[in-house]
Design a protein around this ligand. Structure first.
Ligand code: UVW
Length: 321
């Protein structure tokens, strides 16, 4: 018989919270840790000038990786040479013609940031704002303040797949705090306070190798990733981690079997601590490069779009080593 899920209010009763830490009007959460000093610490990590862009291609005809309840981005031409050939458009004086297009997509239907008001349980979103403020568009904790601030600091890549000696983690496989620290140690890197953490699992590569069926066999949403434990969320709190990025769709082990809950880190990290979640990052090339040159730290720059009231935003994060 399926286990009755433990309510988050009970599972997370001892989990640390940052609500009120930066005042009653805070909508930035962990980004408050990313001060000018932290930006300079990120810049100091740059040693070689190598650039990696972490966004995945958007609106491929054969489909993009996304959460199973979301539909594929749709891009269509609003103007192209055909309009001129068919007489529906005229060249501008001098002869200029142009192509235009329109995209319809989930704001979280690609490489993305989650806004702090994206998930909650009960009646309140991050920092205690009423969950009703999400109705019709996020009046509080939308993606806009995150986009105004930018996500810039020192990033560190933790290669969980390499640590476990496989090209990709298995469906539902847990990464524990010991794994996280063990992988860092093996890589010869220390995770410092205020680091932006990126975790490579190899999961997204599996999508491009095998399609949706590769990552969600029979439609089952059962991703690998960091798994909830009180110890892990206390560590994030002590380390004042501003942001977490992964090459999975939802940035954490989907199912927490001990409690029967789904996505508990969305609650314990994003909703309680204001850790900014960055999902569907292409980390394969970065991970390979880090394994080759041994440099696992870098400047990380994430600039989501300033979408008014948005629950998230597509982004093409940039890593400079
Ligand atoms: C949900 O948690 C529903 O979505 P995401 O993985 O985009 O955060």
């Amino acid at each position: 018989m399926a286990q009755k899920p433990v309510p988050f209010s009970e599972l997370l009763k001892d989990a640390p919270k940052n609500w009120g830490r930066w005042g009653a009007n805070d909508e930035l959460g962990g980004l408050n840790f990313l001060t000018n000093k932290e930006v300079l610490r990120g810049i100091k990590a740059v040693q070689q000038g190598k650039v990696f862009t972490l966004g995945v291609p958007v609106a491929r005809p054969q489909g993009d990786p996304l959460f199973p309840t979301r539909s594929q981005p749709m891009r269509t031409m609003a103007m192209d040479k055909g309009f001129y050939i068919s007489g529906r458009a005229q060249a501008m004086p001098g002869g200029l013609e142009y192509a235009d297009d329109v995209i319809v997509m989930y704001l979280q239907g690609s490489t993305q940031y989650d806004a702090l008001g994206h998930v909650w349980h009960g009646e309140t979103i991050y920092n205690g704002y009423d969950a009703k403020t999400t109705i019709g568009g996020l009046q509080k904790c939308s993606i806009q303040p995150i986009a105004e601030h930018g996500v810039v600091g020192r990033g560190v890549l933790i290669d969980a797949a390499r640590y476990k000696g496989k090209p990709h983690l298995d469906a539902g496989e847990r990464i524990t705090l010991d794994d996280l620290l063990g992988a860092a140690k093996k890589q010869g890197v220390t995770i410092e306070k205020h680091d932006i953490i990126l975790i490579h699992t190899g999961w997204l590569k599996l999508f491009y190798d095998k399609g949706m069926e590769g990552i969600f066999p029979k439609g089952q949403f059962n991703e690998p990733g960091l798994g909830y434990s009180l110890e892990l969320v206390k560590w994030f709190h002590e380390m004042e981690i501003p942001s977490l990025g992964t090459d999975t769709i939802a940035s954490e082990q989907s199912a927490h079997d001990e409690s029967g809950t789904t996505l508990p880190l969305h609650m314990a990290l994003l909703h309680y601590q204001g850790v900014i979640f960055n999902e569907i990052d292409w980390l394969t090339d970065l991970a390979e490069d880090c394994a080759k040159d041994g440099q696992y730290t870098f400047l990380f720059v994430g600039a989501p779009l300033k979408i008014v009231g948005g629950a998230g935003s597509p982004v093409n994060p940039v890593v400079i080593k």
